[in-house]
Design a protein around this ligand. Structure first.
Ligand code: SF4
Ligand code: SF4
Length: 421
């Protein structure tokens, strides 16, 4: 596709990268049918090809975007299904990231929207604040009908979650264990610390010890997807500095795939920064997802449960890892069931369920209907966002919790309702 950026614009490394991807798009539309929002609305501007045109017009003009453009770009889940489908190698995430940062600096959102986005960036990224706000949400939820639209959705969402104040289990590492740097994360730490407990036990059985990255917190992906690049960089710098103080480690791990995908992409966040990009590259080279670190192992206690495996978009489209978690579960003795439309996003997508509650709920219902077809005992996934978004019916757990249980660890609390488990 022809582009019309000025030489001054192309001096910006993010715009130069966006331009390269805009030129690579031949507008074939092969990606369109794989886009969850296009599948729901049937509107070309809610599909990748239409969004690419909107982004090109907005970035070339270097002007304040129209509310219409912002509306259709905001509806993108950043699920990256379109990148997997594209035969021309268009790196869609580069485009949408640049577009979001442009919107954040150029477009003035209505006050309620600005407040909501600020709240998401400040609350969900801090486990202690998140726990406090979730407890508050439970108290105000009977009055949530008094709140305006998306704040009401946020209060209801908060009320449906279960905060946990328990600290993650500390395991005494074997002296010869290889060290893995564990990013503490944010939402998962507040809602489900038992996941990292299970990960720690699984890795300890394989000769690895988890050591926390001191000074790190959220990985920054929530801020990044809101277009708040300054905050995303600040979180990333804390993680990189903490990692550099640890000396040699085998890997850097965070047990939520959305966060793994973001951390592996940090060098692009710091494009054009001669001080931080090389440091981000060294850090990102060490980042490994859970599915890459844990080797298959037979069960100590086989549990022949029917497991519907939900592959998070960040794993299959972001990290491009397919089949690894299914292999681990099968080796551990579970019956793994393929979910129809497995490539489609469940609608969680970071803060999307709060910012776009209608589309998010429609995708959730569609995903749960597809899962129900497989008649599972339990749903397994690998990302805290998907796990919370799909909870409430069939029990749902992180893959690590099932594997740990099969290898002799404790039974996941959510499975106590299954009589034969
Ligand atoms: S992004 Fe790829 S698949 Fe989609 S229209 Fe462009 S070239 Fe075709
Ligand atoms: S990232 Fe997902 S929602 Fe966004 S355009 Fe691509 S397929 Fe559609």
């Amino acid at each position: 596709m022809r582009t019309n950026f000025s030489p001054a614009q192309l001096a910006d490394p993010h715009l130069a990268d966006a331009e390269k991807n805009l030129r690579a798009c031949v507008h074939c539309g092969i990606c369109t049918a794989t886009c969850p929002t296009y599948v729901l609305t049937g509107d070309e501007r809610d599909g990748p090809r239409g969004r690419i045109v909107l982004m090109q017009n907005m970035l070339e003009a270097d002007a304040v975007p129209s509310p219409e453009t912002v509306r259709h770009l905001d509806r993108c889940l950043s699920c990256l299904g379109c990148r997997t489908a594209c035969p021309s190698g268009v790196n869609y995430p580069r485009l949408i990231d640049t577009a979001r940062a442009h919107i954040e600096t150029q477009y003035r959102r209505p006050i309620g929207e600005r407040l909501l986005r600020w709240l998401i960036a400040q609350v969900l990224t801090r486990p202690d604040v998140a726990r406090m706000m979730l407890r508050l949400a439970k108290r105000v939820s009977p009055l949530s009908f008094l709140l305006p639209g998306r704040l009401r959705a946020m209060a209801r969402k908060g009320a449906s979650l279960r905060p946990s104040s328990r600290a993650p289990l500390a395991l005494a590492p074997a002296p010869e264990a290889k060290r893995i740097a564990l990013m503490p994360g944010c939402v998962q730490k507040a809602l489900a610390p038992q996941i990292d407990d299970a990960v720690a036990r699984l890795l300890a059985r394989r000769g690895f010890a988890l050591m926390p990255v001191e000074g790190a917190g959220c990985c920054g992906s929530l801020s990044h997807h809101l277009g708040r690049e300054g905050e995303a960089k600040a979180w990333a710098k804390r993680a990189i500095a903490g990692f550099e103080c640890m000396g040699d480690v085998e890997a850097v791990l965070i047990s939520a795939t959305g966060c793994s995908a973001h951390l592996k992409d940090l060098p692009n966040l710091f494009a054009g920064d001669p001080a931080w990009q090389p440091r981000a590259k060294r850090f990102a080279a060490k980042v490994k997802d859970f599915a890459e670190l844990v080797s298959p192992r037979g069960a100590q206690r086989p549990h022949r449960l029917r497991v519907a495996y939900h592959a998070p978009c960040s794993l299959q489209h972001g990290l491009r890892i397919s089949g690894a978690n299914e292999t681990l579960l099968t080796a551990a003795g579970f019956d793994v069931l393929a979910v129809p439309e497995g490539h489609l996003c469940c609608g969680s997508a970071g803060s999307y369920s709060i910012l776009q509650p209608d589309l998010s709920s429609a995708l959730r219902d569609r995903k749960l209907a597809n899962i129900a077809v497989t008649e599972p005992d339990v749903i397994a996934t690998a990302n805290i966002g998907c796990l919370e978004h799909l909870s409430g019916g069939t029990p749902i757990v992180h893959v690590a919790e099932l594997l740990d249980w099969a290898e002799g660890g404790p039974k996941p609390a959510t499975l106590h309702q299954i009589a034969r488990a």
